[in-house]
Write a protein that binds this ligand. Sequence first.
Ligand code: AVJ
Length: 323
Amino acid sequence: MNVHAAAVTTAHRFDEQTSAFASDVIGDLSQQPKRLSPKYFYDAIGSELFEQITLLPEYYPTRTELGILRDRGRAISSIIPKGAALVEFGAGATTKVRLLLQQCAFGAYVPVDISGDFLKAQAEALRKDFPDLDVYPVAADFTAPFALPDAIANMPKVGFFPGSTLGNFEPHEACAFLRSAREILGKDAQMVIGVDLEKDERTLYNAYNDAAGITARFNLNVLDRINRELGGDFELPAFIHRAIYNRERHRIEMHLISKKAQTARVLGRSFSFRAGESIHTESSYKYSLERFTALARGSGWTPRESWTDKAGMFSVHALVTSD
Ligand code: AVJ
């Protein structure tokens, strides 16, 4: 945290999470080009909007991945050792993990997420529905090293990273994450990971520019969150949602574009915008099967099997640790 941000957050008596949000926002809006981290989309309102996105006709990833996990359950369970501990990196809705838990004989489930309260609620619900499963929630930032619970020390480990959340990372960050997961899970571990695939531009464009405008509300909510939590004065109607496919970099980019020259204030700081100036709020990288397996190989993992839906929209990969 920079000195100014530290002073500002101390003066406001923010809790630890809000302080981190404040210093990231101040730092990221001071960059040229301006940006905001996609991890801040997911407050209560943003998480609800994301749930709505997953049900949109244009947003194919969630239902396609669920279809793969359902249809390939046999194949997935056949490569998972009985009694293994399933470690989920970032635990949101439990729909996907429930599919795995129903189809495979796991001995324990370890959801890892920064939001401790949400984690506890989800863990309670899972304990009810899977009474024989030991659930050990870990409140931690899964992009940094963390310790696994002692109770699973002697169990084989299987990491789970669904939803193409990996796509939010820059390629070098994706590599760092996979290496870190390899360290956390230890040797002889496996990983089941969902990765969105590169495809025709129209389909990708529509998935992030839905007709009902939910993705636009999801994107704009981050400014509203800054207003609510950090006392910002962003004028929401003065920004528009833009999502484009950057083919050279294999990524969807989401931006918030300032409709006019304007200034917004956050925590005593002014941020000036030119008309048409962008805040880059998200990159969502798309992989080919070859580019993903090459990334995995370069990050301490050996691809064991890859599954896709019939149309080749989305992929689920089983990886095993190298050496
Ligand atoms: C949750 C990061 C996979 O990139 O598709 C959905 C988030 N952003 N619509 C994605 C998102 C806009 C989503 N991920």
